[in-house]
Ligand binder design. Structure first.
Ligand code: FMN
Length: 165
């Protein structure tokens, strides 16, 4: 895909087919995440956890049990980004950079994505979900739903950011 198309046509999708992502595609997408810029080059502070099949089903069951809904849009894959150490600005910025690379590469591979932050609130709120806040000593930052898109409809947003020159 043309670079400009990847940038301009990436959107957040919130409806997915159950079709699994091919392993080679998923690996390419994760590799893109690993090539994101990270503060001070401290890549060892980041960890990507890929949830699919039974592991993702378990998380979804707990989300639905506690919230009455699935905020991860039933995607076949959920990429969870964790960061070691202080949950500070740099940790959030690093996770954002890794996440954006993942979403852009997904677009290039013909897949849809959406960054999902709201689950962090639910992980904090419900005891059964608290284990997802940690992966060993790494702290949960943000997740990304990935998959083949069922419905191409996206929310109407303007993509205008004020620029002052
Ligand atoms: C840091 C961050 C957190 C987000 N969290 C959520 C979320 O929890 N749930 C959701 O449906 N979308 C979430 N989004 C997606 C945004 O709503 C979306 O990117 C924005 O509305 C622009 O639309 P677009 O991605 O289709 O261009 C998040 C996006 C970012 C960058």
């Amino acid at each position: 895909m043309e670079f400009n198309d990847v940038i301009l046509k990436r959107r957040s999708y919130r409806s997915y087919l159950t079709k699994e992502i091919e392993e080679d595609k998923l690996n390419e997408i994760l590799k893109a995440g690993m090539h994101a810029p990270v503060a001070t080059g401290s890549y060892e502070k980041l960890r990507i956890v890929v949830l699919k099949d039974e592991k993702l089903l378990k998380l979804r069951e707990l989300l639905v049990k506690n919230l009455g809904k699935d905020p991860t849009y039933n995607s076949p894959t959920l990429v969870m980004i964790y960061h070691k150490g202080d949950n500070n600005d740099l940790a959030n910025l690093d996770a954002g950079c890794v996440g954006e690379n993942i979403m852009l590469k997904a677009k290039n591979e013909g897949l849809g994505s959406v960054m999902i932050y709201c689950v962090k609130r639910f992980f904090n709120e419900f005891d059964e979900l608290k284990p997802y806040l940690k992966s060993d000593e790494f702290n949960f930052m943000v997740s990304i739903a990935l998959g083949y898109v069922d419905d191409q409809t996206t929310r109407d947003v303007s993509h205008k950011i004020e620029v002052i020159e």
